[in-house]
Design a protein around this ligand. Structure first.
Ligand code: 5GP
Length: 179
C-alpha cells in the first residue's frame, strides 16, 4: 500500500491534534443544544469516530451512505443516497461530518436534502477542504485542513475502496489512478 503513495500529506499526529481542536470548538459552540452528528459514509467513518470522542457534550450519531464517484477520481455531480438516516432531524441541531469537500457538489446536495427536513440548524464539519476546486458556492463551518489539488487517500478516504485503513493522509501516485 505504501508504495502507491507519492508522499504523506498529514501525519497521524497532525490529524489527532487538529481533531482535538475541532472537538473542543464544537463542544463549546453546541453546549446546551440537542446535537446530532451525521457521518457521511464511508469516507468520514474514521474522522467521525475520532471527532465524536473529542466532543465533551451529549450528542446522538446517525449515518448516511451516499455515492458520488464510482471508481474514478472526479465527482460525477450525481449523488445517490444508498442509506438514509435512522431518525428524524426535525428541530434538532445537525452537524454533517464529511471527509473532504472538493467541487462542493456532494455537500450542496446533502445540505439541500437535509434542510428540507427542517432541522433547528445545519452546519458542516469537514476534515479536508480543497478550496481551489470549488464549483458551487459552499463553505464548511468547521474545517480541519485546507489541502492542495491532489488526490488523497487514507484515514477513511479511498481509491477504488482501498487505502481507507491508512492511519494518515497520503497523496496517491497519479499512475495508480491513470492506469
Ligand atoms: P465533491 O462533491 O465535493 O466534488 O466531492 C466530495 C467527495 O468526493 C468526498 O466526500 C470524497 O468522497 C470524494 N473526494 C474528493 N476529493 C477526494 C480526494 O482527494 N480523495 C478521495 N479519496 N476522495 C475524494
Amino acid at each position: 500500500m505504501l508504495n502507491d503513495l507519492a508522499k504523506v500529506l498529514l501525519t497521524k499526529e497532525q490529524i489527532d491534534t487538529r481533531v482535538a481542536e475541532l472537538g473542543a470548538q464544537i463542544s463549546r459552540d453546541y453546549a446546551g443544544k440537542d446535537l446530532v452528528a451525521i457521518c457521511i459514509l464511508k469516507g468520514a467513518l474514521h474522522f467521525m469516530a475520532d471527532l465524536t470522542r473529542q466532543i465533551t457534550i451529549p450528542l446522538s450519531i446517525d449515518f448516511m451512505a451516499i455515492s458520488s464517484y464510482g471508481a474514478g477520481t472526479k465527482t460525477s455531480g450525481v449523488v445517490r443516497i444508498l442509506q438514509d438516516l435512522d431518525s428524524s432531524i426535525a428541530d434538532r441541531h445537525v452537524l454533517i461530518v464529511e471527509d473532504i469537500v472538493d467541487s462542493g457538489l456532494t455537500l450542496k446536495y446533502l445540505v439541500d436534502n437535509l434542510s428540507s427536513r427542517r432541522p433547528a440548524s445545519l452546519k458542516i464539519v469537514t476534515l479536508l477542504d480543497k478550496p481551489a476546486r470549488r464549483a458551487v458556492a459552499i463553505a464548511p463551518h468547521y474545517n480541519g485542513f485546507d489541502i492542495p489539488d491532489e488526490f488523497v487517500v487514507g484515514y477513511g478516504l479511498d481509491y477504488d475502496e482501498k487505502y481507507r485503513n491508512l492511519p494518515f493522509i497520503g497523496v496517491l501516485k497519479p499512475e495508480i489512478y491513470q492506469k
